[in-house]
Design a protein around this ligand. Structure first.
Ligand SMILES: [Zn+2]
Length: 194
């Protein structure tokens, strides 16, 4: 192959590659304009909005569990929500470092080995280390909170939406309730004129 042929080959492959990239871009755009792709984009938007709402509602529930515990000392203020107490070592790092360097050098790596200190805080305190153990409440919320979800007004299973009168309703009862609401309540027949 001479140089001219090689450059011709290169020019042709570049041209074809450009065309291929454009074809991919056109196909992608066509795909994005389909009803399915638009529906998917809308669903993703709703999902993202719910994720934000989830974090806010989770924070709110945790804050209320903690407030209830602080007011009443009740560690299980509601079904599915409780408080566990964990212990945390509190100390002045410089003082503890100095103490460990002298008395417990294995607790010092490049600086204080905080993991090891947390794990052995009780022993260290007993040996006179300058630290104290504090209790901290931690809120736990059950994974399954389904008992809090509204039940279907008609059959009692978990409701998935609201019915025609705003009543909680399941997917099975919804069509029946809507059909009934459309027909309306039966009215009394007027008495025929005498
Ligand atoms: Zn139902």
């Amino acid at each position: 192959m001479d140089l001219k042929e090689a450059l011709t080959n290169l020019a042709e492959v570049r041209r074809d590659l450009d065309a291929a990239a454009q074809a991919v871009a056109r196909a992608k755009q066509a795909l994005e304009e389909t009803a399915e792709a638009k529906a998917l984009a809308e669903l993703k938007k709703q999902q993202a909005a719910l994720s934000g709402e989830y974090m806010a509602t989770d924070d709110q529930a945790r804050a209320l569990v903690l407030a209830e515990f602080q007011a009443t000392a009740n560690k299980a203020p509601a079904k599915g929500a409780d408080i566990s107490i964990y212990h945390e070592a509190e100390y002045d790092p410089a003082r503890l470092l100095a103490w460990c360097q002298e008395r417990r050098p294995t607790y010092v790596l490049l600086s204080l080995d905080v993991k090891r200190i947390d794990k052995n805080a009780d022993d260290l305190m007993r040996d006179g280390a300058p630290l104290q153990i504090v209790e901290r409440p931690r809120v736990r919320i059950a994974t399954d909170l389904s008992e809090y979800l509204p039940k279907c007004h008609y059959c009692g299973v978990m409701a998935t939406s609201n019915g025609p009168q705003g009543e909680p309703i399941c997917a099975d009862c919804a069509p029946v309730a809507e059909a009934t609401a459309a027909v309306g309540e039966p009215t009394c027949k007027e008495e025929p004129d005498a």
